[in-house]
Design a protein around this ligand. Structure first.
Ligand SMILES: Cc1cc2nc3c(=O)[nH]c(=O)nc-3n(C[C@H](O)[C@H](O)[C@H](O)COP(=O)(O)OP(=O)(O)OC[C@H]3O[C@@H](n4cnc5c(N)ncnc54)[C@H](O)[C@@H]3O)c2cc1C
Ligand code: FES
Length: 1348
């Protein structure tokens, strides 16, 4: 394999936990080991370092001397070749259910820290790597360790927020009791918390820790590996490196691969030669000089941080201003897994305009040493270092050798700021560094350097502003001039990539204002000159974000005294797969071992939103090695028509495409990499048609699916006549990507006879998959078996959209007569499948002076996409409020986006969100507290909804009162008012929001049924099957609890293996929160049948055991297998007559949230949330609390963070965790309390329980409306009162723009300005060049994407 004549060693040697691995190939990532070594515990969630699912621990003793360093890395970005002489520990390496669990695994599982489990191995490994290096982690250490992990399904925060759990004494012994501070959350557990018992946790067994293998300590030599397309060279000395760089000037230097890896995977770039300098001593230098600290360019960011932290401890404060700014930037730089491998040099030379370190290095004037074979040169870093977008002045044969970060001097102050969509692990919107030096003992500016990232194609210096301010006194006059100068100098073309033009420009000024205050404060302290003190209410504007000790409580009702100890219903038992999930032993679809003759499939998708397909050229694609077949619609033997309810879609496009991502064809090859490469090489030409992308576009061309829905009660015209006031308003709620950690995956295995096919699928709909696959293959459904073991999350996204991929894979498997597998990459999954429907709500509300609402007219428009799929919000339009005269209209917009689909809450959250918007408007208009207006309008027991359903067992009043009490609402409100009086630039807000959520599948009556099959074997063990699928929500655990109670046997005797169409036919999708209700009742039915059959043997032998009765029945030839069935009675609703019963019952809940908004940046902190949720008599409080917290956090994402952006051409721009931000650990409210309402049995569902999956999601609206409350306080400072519009999500951009003040006025792009700009461009269009046309498109693009 070795091609290089210089090669002295061509074997790659590393240890994969206990296996010695010697490999001789290059260019692959370590995840390829999932199959070659069979360790599938490490999961792939994104392949771009953004989710943490693939975290493993790497240990190595070079370049630093022994002892070996252990660190967490993202396996998806770690090239296999970079692992030479390393030990890699995957989750399997630290413990297993089969042998012995590691305490980290055990604690996370037993503390209910694992739900769908797909991300759990990554979380386990992050914590494990932290503890290997640091047996006494602080809260900060733990928070840092989790920065690289996203939060999609629930992970109980308790295990994060208790450092004492992980400190050596407790961790090594029993984990309980601890001796930590008052603030420790465990104190609260003592009082309230019975979800688990920490005293039962295993202590650490030190022999379990893997010892670093001696052979890996050998010195490294030069290495060369040749892969299929890449030559990887690891030089052993600087001279060798410089020689190679001369020989291969185009070669890339790769240290962390966190840039190059992304470019190769997602930008389709190929670098045929890679030089890996990570082990060259000079490049790892750290040395103090007279002027600062010199770092080798290959020093990792973690090392940079460690060295600077030490220096800050040792040196006088005035010397370390730049160091502290670097540390502040590193705090929010990627996740720890990235920082552990990414190098300083990589960040500088990538020359990204949004690099976090380059503004600091530029403002500090760092010195760079560049080296080539011809010698070295030292340059000072200024903006001439970046001659263009992602360009530096380095010559092709040069490398960056050192960077020297300078000390600061007395009278010099330095700060750095970064603003991004999400605080943790996100790229910057604007990032900057500011450096000012004063004349000795004065406040006269001697030198000022302001550098900004995110404001131009390169990091830039605000030279003009700095020049004009030099020599001036640091005073309010300087501030005013600085703001005006920056507003003029830091301009952005309205078409600037990334959009957010007004916001970014405002940030440049707002951040300078923060710097101004910081310096003002320092000057006041340091210099003996007259400097005006900072106004007390301004002081907090300059404060950096502080972590606060988090705490949480979970309250639930214990089972009644005297409940049989074997009766587990109502007890907080652990998710049955939690331990396996924490050890990586839980098997997901793609973990199924490869068949010998297995093939891989990749999709060919449309790049146009609306077009005819003119030609498909596969010449280049078919030349890619390993390609076996190219499939189009013509290869479908049965019907190409598909769809969840109506067949209005194609499996593979025929002549026309109707969205970007429309599946046109598929490539099948020997490996996934080959299939994907070939798919990218397929060339398609189109004849484009005008797409309809936004709701506004659909409204203007009346592009709607039928039928349009209406629900009406009373007489709205009469109502409006009676009203004292009438208000009109509008709100847009953005869509949401499901972002299940496990992307869509299917393995289809043809059985070789009679058209039989076995399908292993990650789907919520086994039967739908079976029927649609059979339809496409042209075989009866009885030939297709669809099997689901578990999913790594679904959230509705795998209810309908998964079926198309499964069908394509089945078609390929049938045609080629071989097993075919496809697991979508994250970007493909986001592109191809739709998500939650964006909504536009328009309302007119009539109300009395008291705040009583008398009449409401509301119209909803949802963006349904290119097929009707499942589109629906009217049932939740009034949320919990009794409006006497109401009319709701619902339009489903037909657009050229991938079909939107079911998503937890399914239209309900959007419907209720608009309701809370008009409720807030009414309160603001009347000048009344919004909580009072909410309460005034709230339903009462026995009231009827607009769809005439009577509200029985109505518990909202109780939830409301309990929530006000546990959140200490009144005290909080007072404290907030006081805080807001004392802080001009930070404002706090609070909101209490109720929810009423109807349970069951309203759309299709036939879906409200379930089946179960229960086998009892002769040894007494029970195999349970039902129609629901396990996606982490704990359904199987609850179902085992139900069976255990009905049969009267322990859970340990009952097993659920999978969901399969061969055991329970015609199942309903696992959706609409109703699966426990439906399947639980079906299981109850089956178990009752078995009980009846066994009763004679129990009567005959009352002292016998379960096994005795089973054996006796068997010998008596009694059928020990029973099926069960259930359909919810009396259901059905008719929109035409507004009669019937759409819901079986309602779930209720109330949440109170408090937030703090930084009015200058739009950033916000979630300070507090208390939730009271009515889940009936909980089947399993641990799982239900997990669902409440998980749904709430997903709602926090929906309403404050997650923003899907499309171009005007319908191209999804946000296709992975890099661009699309879902909540991370830091987004969990600092204080989070969940209480399950006591004594609220629900007679409509199994064992008086209630559904829980969807209802709590909307409670996250309390965070959104708390933000709106804080913005209201900020606007009041500028004299702005009354209702204002805030669309969802409340991103930093929207928050900042809504907090209008003198800074926003300086940069605001008025509508007049936009109109004038458009007019100017149109009137000069003919005389403009192509350049302008291009920019015109971009202007529309930016404006369009922001208003969608
Ligand atoms: C998930 C994720 C999050 C991220 N978050 C941030 C963030 O918050 N802020 C931020 O600024 N960046 C971020 N990045 C970008 C990236 O991590 C940094 O730019 C990092 O410092 C790159 O270092 P590396 O060693 O991984 O570079 P590599 O990918 O190994 O190399 C990058 C480039 O630098 C060149 N290069 C490297 N060393 C030298 C040298 N000594 N001489 C000459 N050329 C050299 C290489 O040839 C290559 O072109 C993120 C990346 C990822 C994947
Ligand atoms: S798969 Fe590696 S970080 Fe997401």
């Amino acid at each position: 394999f070795c091609l290089s004549p210089n090669s002295v060693n061509c074997l790659l040697l590393f240890h994969l936990f206990v296996h010695r691995v010697v490999k001789s190939f290059a260019g692959n990532c370590s995840l390829t080991l999932r199959f070659t070594v069979g360790l599938t515990g490490t999961k792939l969630g994104c392949a771009e370092g953004g989710c943490g699912a693939c975290t493993v621990m790497v240990s190595r003793s070079s370049p630093s001397p022994p002892p070996p360093r252990h660190f967490a890395v993202n396996a998806c970005l770690a090239p296999l070749c970079s692992l030479h002489h390393s030990a890699v520990t995957t989750v399997e390496g630290i413990g297993s259910v089969a042998s012995k669990l590691h305490p980290v695994q055990e604690r996370i599982a037993r503390a209910h820290g694992s739900q769908c489990g797909f991300c759990t191995p990554g979380i386990v490994m992050s914590m494990y790597a932290l503890l290997r290096n640091n047996p006494q982690p602080s809260l900060l250490d733990i928070e840092e360790a989790f920065q690289g992990e996203v939060l999609r399904s629930y992970q109980s925060k308790t295990f994060v927020c208790s450092p004492c759990w992980w400190q050596k004494e407790t961790y090594m012994e029993s984990g309980w009791p601890c001796t930590c501070s008052e603030a420790c959350t465990k104190r609260e557990y003592v009082e309230y918390f019975l979800l688990y018992n920490p005293s039962e946790f295993m202590p650490l067994d030190p022999t379990q820790e893997i010892i670093f293998p001696i052979e890996l300590k050998k010195p490294l030599k030069q290495l060369c590996f040749q892969g299929e397309r890449v030559l990887w060279i690891q030089p052993s000395s600087l001279t060798e490196l410089l020689d190679f760089k001369t020989q291969y000037p185009e070669a890339r230097l790769v240290v962390g691969n966190t840039e190059v890896g992304i470019e190769m995977k997602f930008k389709n770039l190929l670098y045929p030669v890679i030089l890996a300098p990570a082990f060259i001593p000079e490049l790892n230098t750290v040395q103090r000089t007279a002027d600062g600290i010199l770092f080798g360019a290959a020093c990792t960011l973690t090392r940079l941080g460690m060295v600077l932290r030490d220096a800050v401890q040792e040196l006088p404060t005035y010397q370390t201003e730049v160091f502290r700014a670097v540390l502040e930037q590193l705090r929010w730089f990627a996740g720890q897994q990235v920082r552990n491998v990414a190098a300083i040099g990589g960040n500088i030379v990538t020359a990204s305009p949004i690099s976090d370190l380059n503004p600091v290095f530029l403002a500090a004037g760092c010195k760079l040493t560049l080296a080539s074979k011809g010698g070295k040169r030292v340059i000072e870093m200024d903006d001439s270092f970046f001659p263009g977008y992602r360009k530096t002045v380095l010559k092709p044969d040069e490398i960056l050798l050192f960077i020297e970060i300078p000390f600061t001097k007395k009278g010099q102050y330095f700060s750095a700021f970064k603003q991004s969509q999400r605080r943790e692990d996100d790229i910057a919107t604007v990032t900057c560094a500011m450096n000012v030096a004063f004349e000795e003992n004065t406040n006269s500016v001697r030198n000022l350097r302001l550098s900004y990232g995110g404001m131009a194609p390169t990091t830039v210096l605000a030279k003009e502003t700095c020049k004009r301010l030099t020599g001036r006194k640091w005073s309010d006059e300087l501030l005013q001039d600085a703001c005006s100068l920056l507003a003029k100098e830091m301009t952005l073309d309205p078409s600037a990539p990334g959009g957010m033009v007004t916001y970014r420009r405002t940030l440049t000024i707002s951040l300078f204002f923060k710097f101004y205050l910081i310096v003002q404060h320092k000057l006041a302290q340091d210099l003996n000159v007259e400097v005006r003190y900072v106004r007390p209410d301004y002081a907090s504007a300059a404060e950096l974000f502080h972590s606060v000790f988090p705490c949480s409580t979970q309250l639930f009702q214990e089972v009644p005294p005297g409940q049989n100890k074997d009766d587990v219903v109502g007890r907080p038992i652990m998710h049955l797969s939690a331990l396996k999930q924490a050890t990586g032993e839980a098997v997901y679809c793609d973990d199924i071992p490869c068949y010998d003759n297995e093939l891989h499939l990749a999709l060919v998708t449309s790049t146009k939103a609306h077009a005819f397909i003119e030609n498909i050229d596969t010449k280049e694609a078919m030349c890619v090695p390993g390609v076996v077949a190219f499939l189009t619609a013509k290869d479908i033997p049965g019907s190409n028509r598909t769809g969840p309810a109506v067949y209005d879609e194609t499996v593979l496009a025929e002549d026309m495409v109707t969205c970007v991502g429309h599946i046109i064809a598929a490539i099948v090859a020997d490996t996934q990499a080959h299939a994907q490469r070939a798919a990218k090489a397929v060339k398609i030409t189109y004849k484009e048609l005008k797409p309809v992308v936004t709701i506004q576009e659909a409204i203007s061309c009346k592009s709607f699916y039928q039928p349009t829905r209406k629900i009406e009660q009373g007489n709205i015209e009469e109502g409006f006549k009676k009203a004292d006031h009438i208000l009109e308003g509008e709100m847009h709620i953005g869509g949401q990507e499901h972002f299940y950690l496990e992307t869509n995956c299917t393995l289809a295995v043809p059985r070789g006879e009679d058209g039989e096919m076995e399908m292993f699928v990650s789907t919520q709909s086994t039967s739908k998959t079976q029927m649609l696959v059979a339809k496409a293959l042209g075989v009866p459904a009885n030939r297709i078996v669809c099997r689901v073991k578990r999913m790594g999350g679904g959230f509705g996204g795998k209810e309908c959209r998964s079926t198309i991929l499964s069908t394509v894979v089945a078609v390929a498997a049938q045609k080629l007569k071989k097993p075919v597998r496809c697991m979508l990459d994250r970007d493909e999954d986001m592109l191809v499948t739709g998500g939650r429907h964006p909504f536009l709500g328009r309302y007119k509300v009539g109300f009395m002076k008291t705040g009583r609402i008398v009449s409401l007219e509301v119209t909803y428009y949802s963006n349904a996409g290119n097929s009707a799929d499942l589109s629906l919000a009217l049932f939740h339009m009034e949320n919990c409020y009794n409006i006497p005269h109401i009319r709701g209209m619902g339009y489903m917009c037909k657009t050229n986006l991938p079909s939107n689909t079911a998503f937890r809450g399914f239209g309900g959250p959007q419907g209720m969100m608009v309701a809370e918007s008009w409720m807030g408007d009414v309160a603001l208009h009347c000048g009344l507290p919004v909580e009072q207006v909410r309460r005034l309008n709230m339903y009462k027991q026995g009231d009827r909804t607009p769809f005439t359903q009577r509200l029985e067992q109505f518990t909202i009043d109780r939830c409301w009162e309990e929530c006000l009490s546990i959140s200490q609402y009144n005290q909080r409100r007072k404290a907030i008012e006081q805080f807001n009086r004392q802080h001009r630039w930070k404002k706090r807000g609070i909101a209490v929001i109720p929810t009423k959520f109807g349970i069951t599948l309203t759309s299709n009556l036939y879906s409200i049924q379930a089946g179960a099959l229960v086998h009892v074997y002769i040894d007494g063990s029970v195999l349970l099957t039902h129609g629901g699928t396990e996606m982490g929500q704990g359904l199987h655990t609850k179902m085992v609890q139900v069976a255990s109670k009905v049969l009267g046997i322990p859970c340990s005797k009952i097993h659920i293996s999978e969901t399969s169409t061969s055991t329970v036919p015609n199942t309903s999708p696992t959706a609409a929160s109703a699966s426990s209700d439906l399947n639980g009742m079906a299981i109850y039915d089956a178990c009752q049948t078995l009980n009846q059959r066994l009763q004679p043997y129990k009567t005959k032998n009352p002292k016998g055991t379960w096994e005795d009765w089973v054996k006796a029945a068997y010998f008596d030839r009694v059928n020990l297998s029973a099926n069960g069935f259930y359909k919810t009675p009396d259901m059905g609703y008719d929109f035409e007559t507004n009669e019937g019963k759409p819901f079986n019952y309602f779930s209720y809940g109330v949440a109170c949230s408090e937030v703090e908004v930084d009015c200058l940046t739009g950033d916000h902190k979630n300070l507090h949330t208390s939730i009271v949720m009515d889940v009936g008599n909980s089947l399993n409080p641990a799982i239900d609390i997990g669902q409440v917290e998980g749904a709430f956090m997903q709602g926090v994402g929906l309403f404050t963070l997650e923003e899907l952006l499309y171009s005007p051409e319908g191209v999804l721009l946000t296709r992975g965790p890099g661009m699309y931000k879902i909540p991370a650990f830091g987004d969990i409210p600092t204080e989070l309390n969940v209480s399950l309402l006591r004594d609220a049995p629900n007679e409509k569902a199994i064992f008086s329980s209630k559904a829980v999956g969807e209802p709590p999601l909307f409670l996250a609206a309390s965070v959104f409306y708390a933000i709106k409350d804080a913005i209201t306080a900020a606007r009041a400072e500028s004299g702005l009162r009354g209702p204002f519009r805030l669309d969802s999500p409340a991103t930093p951009e929207r928050i900042r723009n809504a907090c209008e003040d003198s800074f926003t006025k300086l940069v605001r792009m008025t509508p007049l300005f936009i109109v004038a700009l458009c007019f100017f461009i149109f009137s000069h269009k003919s005389s403009f060049t192509l350049w302008l046309d291009f920019h015109w498109i971009r202007i529309c693009c930016v404006l369009g994407s922001r208003t969608q």
